[in-house]
Design a protein around this ligand. Structure first.
Ligand SMILES: [Fe+2]
Length: 174
């Protein structure tokens, strides 16, 4: 298995390093960096398919679950990720982005575990990238709960489910 703490984009390595320092759960668990890497790939594919700039969704991948305190609901983890992102921006850890883009990143983190489906395209790409990886916890992604046309495609869902299933099999959980 590839190193889950390696960022495919060197520009995001400081962010992934910071999330690693912050993360307190099992790195090979349901909400750890192996999941973040699949969200990163899902985000990249959605953005390519939808013609959306991918910087915010790729940063989201490495941020959104970094402040979880458990593997269950942990209702505060989105808000903590949003606060964490603000601190990282002040410290210059995040890649350069406009204030508008940063606001989208914070919003996407804060609200990612709700049921919202309407937002700016970059935010919808964030949420879809995460929801496409639901098979890892035994849930087949429901196209009606996805936000972007590309994520709702059968091929997109099948591809994401296959990657999640491969991970479950690697872990001996499937
Ligand atoms: Fe997630």
């Amino acid at each position: 298995m590839a190193d889950p703490w390696h960022s495919p984009d060197p520009l995001l390595q400081p962010l992934l390093d910071a999330s690693r320092e912050r993360f307190v759960l099992d790195p090979y668990g349901y909400h750890g960096p192996v999941h973040w890497q699949r969200v990163y790939l899902n985000a990249s594919l959605i953005c390519e398919g939808e013609g959306i700039d991918s910087l915010v969704p790729r940063c989201f991948a490495f941020l959104h679950d970094s402040c979880r305190l458990d593997e269950h609901i942990d209702a505060g983890h989105g808000a903590r990720a949003a606060e964490f992102a603000m601190g990282l921006r002040e410290q210059g850890v995040l890649p350069p982005m406009s204030d508008e883009r940063f606001d989208l990143l914070v919003y996407a983190c804060r609200h990612h575990s709700g049921k919202l489906q309407e937002a700016e395209p970059e935010v919808m790409a964030c949420w879809d990238a995460d929801r496409l990886d639901l098979l890892r916890v035994g849930i087949v992604p429901d196209p009606r709960r996805l936000c972007t046309p590309f994520a709702r495609l059968e091929e997109t869902i099948d591809g994401a489910c296959k990657r999640a299933m491969d991970w479950l099999e690697d872990r001996g959980w499937a």
